[in-house]
Design a protein around this ligand. Structure first.
Ligand code: DOR
Length: 443
C-alpha cells in the first residue's frame, strides 16, 4: 500500500483492543504500516502527531454490508465516494454487495471492484459475490472462480433479492461448505412482500400503505437455518428486523448451528411509527418494524444473539427518494451515522458497553469474514498492521446529510442531535482521515 512509510504518533488516547478492554491514556507509534509501540510519553521524533485526548483509539471499523453501486450506478455512489464515506465513518474495511449493474457474479467484476478499492487507497473494499447468475435465482454463479480470484470472495449473497428456490440455496450452501465460504442471506418470502411499502401493522393501516408482514422474513430465516444445518454450511443472516427472527437465531445458536447475524443501526433505532411523516428516507427493506421488534433486537444485541452491527449503507439519488412513497427506492445511507447511533442509542442507554459495541464492529466481523487472509488484524497491539479509528465518544453534533462524503444524502437522521464522532482514521499505516477531513490520495 501507498505511503505507509509515514511515522505517526497518536497521543494520549485510550486504546480499545478486543479482549483487552479500554486502557487509560497512552500513546501509539506507527511506522511502516505497523504498530511499533504502545506506551506512555513516547517522544515524537519525526512523527506526525495526531491528538487523541478525550478519544478512544479503536481498531478500524469493519462493515460487512454496504452498497457501493459500482459498476453501473455511479450516480448514486462509486467506490471512491463510498470509500470517503467509509473512512469518515471510521471504517477501514467495507464489504460491498453484488447488486450492481452488471452484478458481481463472476471473477472479473469481483476483481474490478476489489482493484478499484486498492486504487482509491482509503480502505479495504471487499466484494461479496452473487449466489446466482445475474442474481436471477435460477442458476448458481461461478462461486469457486470468485473465491479463488484476486478478490478472494468469501461472502456470497443475492442481497436486495432473496434466493427463492430452496434447491438452489441448498446447492449454494453445499458449494460454500466445500470452499469454506459464507452464505449471507437476505430473507424474504416475496409472495408475501410483493407491492409492500412498510411493516404490516397498525401504522400501515393508519397510513394506507401496503404492508410487509414480518413472517416474510421469518419464513426465509427458518428455511435457511434448516438448510445450513443440513449442509453444515456457514450462514450469516443479513439485516435482522423482527422479534421472531431473533428467537429463531437464539435457538439455532443454542444448537451450535453455524449461523451468525447482523442488525443495522436503523433497525435498532427506529420503529414504524416514524413513518407518519411519509419520509421516503425511512423506506427500507426489510422495513422498520414495531417497537416490540426493536426491543427484541436490542435484547439480541445485549445477550450476544446478534454478532455484528452492519450499516446496509444503501445510497439512492434525490430523484429516487423525492417521489411518492410507493415509487421511492428502498434503502438509506448509513456509513457516516453508524458510530453516533451506536453510542447514542446502544451505549448511552446501557444496552451494550462501549467495548461490547465495538467488538461487534471490529473483532466479530473480522472473524466472520476471515480477514486474516488479507493480513488484516482487528487488534491494537505491537506488531499488528495499523488500521485504526480514533473517535470522540462525547462529541455532540447534529446530522447534516449535505456534509456527508457519500454521493447520496438519503438519511432520515437529518437534524438529529447525536453523540460520538470519528476524528482520525488510519488505514494500512496511512492517515486517511485527519481531524474529520479525508486526505487526498497521494498525500
Ligand atoms: O433497503 C434496502 N436497500 N434493502 C436491500 O436489501 C437492498 C438495498 C439497496 O440495494 O438499495
Amino acid at each position: 500500500m501507498r505511503g505507509n512509510s509515514q511515522k505517526i504518533l497518536i497521543k494520549k488516547g485510550r486504546v480499545y483492543s478486543p479482549g483487552a478492554g479500554i486502557s487509560s491514556e497512552i500513546d501509539v507509534l506507527i511506522h511502516e504500516g505497523i504498530i511499533k509501540r504502545i506506551d506512555r510519553g513516547i517522544q515524537p521524533t519525526g512523527a506526525k502527531i495526531l491528538d487523541a485526548e478525550g478519544c478512544i483509539v479503536s481498531p478500524g471499523f469493519i462493515d460487512m454490508h454496504v452498497h457501493l453501486r459500482e459498476p453501473g450506478m455511479e450516480y448514486k455512489e462509486d467506490v471512491g465516494s463510498g470509500s470517503r464515506a467509509a473512512v469518515s465513518g471510521g471504517f477501514t474495511v467495507v464489504c460491498c454487495m453484488p447488486n450492481t449493474d452488471p452484478p458481481i457474479d463472476n471473477a472479473s467484476v469481483a476483481e474490478y471492484v476489489f482493484d478499484r478499492g486498492v486504487d482509491e487507497g482509503l480502505c479495504m473494499v471487499l466484494p461479496h459475490g452473487a449466489i446466482t447468475q445475474g442474481r436471477g435465482g435460477k442458476a448458481l454463479a461461478p462461486m469457486g472462480e470468485m473465491g479463488s480470484c484476486r478478490a478472494m470472495v468469501r461472502g456470497f449473497s443475492d442481497d436486495g433479492s432473496t434466493v427463492t428456490d430452496s434447491e438452489i440455496m441448498r446447492r449454494a450452501m453445499e458449494y460454500a461448505r466445500t470452499m469454506d465460504s459464507l452464505i449471507i442471506s437476505h430473507c424474504e418470502d416475496v409472495s408475501l412482500t410483493a407491492g409492500g411499502q412498510m411493516n404490516e401493522g397498525f401504522y400501515s393501516t393508519l397510513l394506507g400503505l401496503r404492508g410487509i408482514p414480518r413472517e416474510a422474513e421469518e419464513i426465509g430465516v427458518f428455511r435457511d437455518i434448516c438448510l445450513s444445518e443440513k449442509t453444515n454450511a456457514e450462514l450469516h443472516i443479513a439485516h435482522v428486523s423482527t422479534a421472531e427472527t431473533i428467537m429463531l437465531l437464539r435457538d439455532a445458536k443454542r444448537r451450535n448451528s453455524r449461523v451468525t447475524c447482523e442488525v443495522t443501526p436503523h433497525h435498532f433505532t427506529l420503529d414504524d411509527s416514524y413513518l407518519v411523516t411519509y419520509d421516503t428516507n425511512l423506506k427500507v427493506n426489510p422495513p422498520l418494524r414495531s417497537r416490540a421488534d426493536v426491543e427484541a433486537v436490542l435484547e439480541g444485541l445485549a445477550d450476544g444473539t446478534v454478532d455484528v452491527i452492519a450499516t446496509d449503507h444503501a445510497p439512492h439519488a434525490l430523484h429516487e427518494k423525492e417521489t411518492e412513497f410507493d415509487r421511492a427506492e428502498f434503502g438509506m445511507v448509513g456509513l457516516e451515522t453508524c458510530l453516533a447511533l451506536v453510542i447514542s442509542v446502544l451505549v448511552e442507554n446501557g444496552v451494550l458497553s462501549l467495548e461490547g459495541a465495538l467488538e461487534k464492529m471490529t473483532l466479530a466481523p473480522s472473524r466472520i469474514m476471515r480477514l486474516e487472509r488479507f493480513g488484516y488484524s482487528p487488534l491494537i497491539e505491537e506488531g499488528a498492521p495499523a488500521n485504526i479509528t480514533v473517535f470522540n465518544p462525547d462529541f455532540e453534533w447534529v446530522v447534516d446529510p449535505q456534509m456527508f462524503k457519500s454521493r447520496s444524502k438519503n438519511s432520515p437522521f437529518a437534524g438529529w442531535k447525536v453523540k460520538g464522532k470519528v476524528i482520525h482514521t488510519i488505514f494500512s499505516g496511512r492517515v486517511v482521515l485527519e481531524n474529520m477531513e479525508v486526505k487526498a490520495k497521494l498525500e
